[in-house]
Design a protein around this ligand. Structure first.
Ligand code: MN
Length: 430
């Protein structure tokens, strides 16, 4: 791990919150992700399942967490099962968590090696009536592989058909969406690393640079600041590439006079940051580019003010749509007739701004959070309006990550990342 060890009090609190929501005589089980194969003996880099990480801090494959608040003995209330390690195994497999390290990382005192799992599980099952299983109910999820978690659930259901089943996911969606101060610090660190990357590329970009050269500058800056890398596949889209919303080829040359849309964020300690900036290849915006840019910036600033406790995500999007409509009228991109005749299910502004304005952000870039429930203090949202104009050869999106406050405007975790036209231009010329 490149990141500094996280204070285990975070994971102790997270488990207490989860256990506080469980039914009597129930246990909950969470699994690591698999290491995914590529072919031959090569694999994808390991990425931990965010739920077991959130509840334990264990950032290692083949780990199982079992929570059983009503267990007959105290030492059975929180149990970790880990892949066995010792000095000999460590020579071959590298450093893995020992039982002592696992306690230091997670605060969990009872740690067994994985080979003891089935025997211990059997005993605990006799004392429990309900088992919480962890299924993925994220609103954007499309999963084609069988995860380690799903494989476990299948095995467990077959083996213990008489137990009642409950869902971990709604509990996790609620507790993970409201961040602890330790988490806000980690997300801030991810944002600070993203800022360093962005400042680095501001002095690097010039006409004829390749999009992938910009990508390389970012990753260089991220890794040297203890990030594992990009929190999500970066979008470096110059000219009309910015109008392809999921453009990730990043293989074109940036031409003088064009804009480049950069949707790039560093991860830190498995926490995401999610930033978008749009900058001029030549270091100066044209008047038209500047007018559209400031329209997007105004929508972003106005939308941010609406992220307060009690706001409902769907209603918020309707209000943002009204602000965007007025900006598009001002830019002459739509006219009054377009608005009068608009289809309420697909308003006129959607021609130029066809995606959502905000999503929860945290351990996942598109983080957990139940969108039908009111916003609360310490939720982290992105704010990311855009205007995409293929006919004019550019698209502009601006995105910051903000924390909802008990009272007043949200706190902007990206407040130090340049966004005003003048500041961007002057940094590109220095
Ligand atoms: Mn985003």
């Amino acid at each position: 791990m490149k990141y500094h060890q996280i204070d285990r009090d975070l994971f102790i609190k997270n488990r207490a919150k989860f256990m506080g929501q469980m039914k009597p005589k129930s246990a909950a089980i969470f699994n690591s992700n698999d290491i995914y194969p590529i072919s031959a003996d090569s694999t994808m880099p390991f990425a931990q399942h965010r739920d077991i990480f959130y509840l334990s801090g264990v950032d290692q494959e083949e780990s199982i967490l079992l929570l059983f608040p009503d267990a007959p003995y105290e030492h059975q209330r929180e149990i970790l099962f880990l892949k066995e390690t010792n000095d000999h195994i460590a020579v071959w497999e590298g450093e893995k968590l020992t039982k002592e390290r696992a306690l230091a990382v997670s605060g969990i005192k009872t740690v067994y090696w994985l080979q003891e799992f089935e025997k211990i599980l059997f005993e605990l099952m006799t004392h429990s009536d309900t088992i919480y299983i962890n299924t993925n109910e994220h609103y954007r999820a499309t999963v084609e592989t069988e995860t380690r978690e799903a494989r476990f659930v299948k095995w467990w259901k077959e083996k213990y058909p008489a137990h009642a089943v409950a869902k971990s996911n709604p509990i996790l969606q609620r507790i993970r969406s409201v961040k602890e101060s330790e988490e806000l610090d980690l997300i801030q660190q991810a944002c600070n690393i993203t800022e360093k990357g962005f400042r680095r590329i501001l002095s690097f970009v010039k006409p004829n640079v390749m999009e992938y050269e910009i990508e390389a500058e970012f990753i260089h800056e991220f890794i040297r600041n203890r990030s594992k890398g990009f929190a999500y596949t970066p979008i470096i889209g110059s000219g009309n590439n910015a109008n392809v919303l999921h453009y990730i080829e990043n293989n074109q040359q940036c031409k003088a006079g064009d804009l480049i849309l950069l949707d790039v964020g560093a991860e830190y300690a498995n926490y995401s940051s999610d930033m978008t900036r749009t900058i001029p290849v030549s270091g100066k915006f044209s008047d038209r580019q500047k007018a559209v840019y400031n329209a997007v910036l105004n929508v972003k600033n106005e939308a941010t003010k609406m992220l307060v406790p009690g706001t409902i995500w769907k209603q918020y999007h309707i209000e943002v749509g009204k602000i965007m409509t007025s900006e598009l009228l001002g830019l002459g991109l739509i006219d009054k007739a377009d608005v009068q005749n608009e289809n309420p299910d697909w308003p006129a502004y959607k021609k130029y701004f066809m995606h959502g304005t905000s999503h929860h952000m945290g351990l996942d870039t598109h983080d957990y959070g139940i969108l039908t429930e009111p916003m609360q203090a310490n939720m982290v949202f992105t704010v990311e309006p855009g205007i995409y104009i293929p006919a004019e050869g550019f698209g502009i999106r601006l995105e910051d990550d903000v924390v909802i406050q008990e009272t007043g405007a949200p706190f902007n975790l990206m407040r130090n990342i340049p966004i005003e036209v003048d500041e961007i231009e002057s940094l590109m010329h220095s």
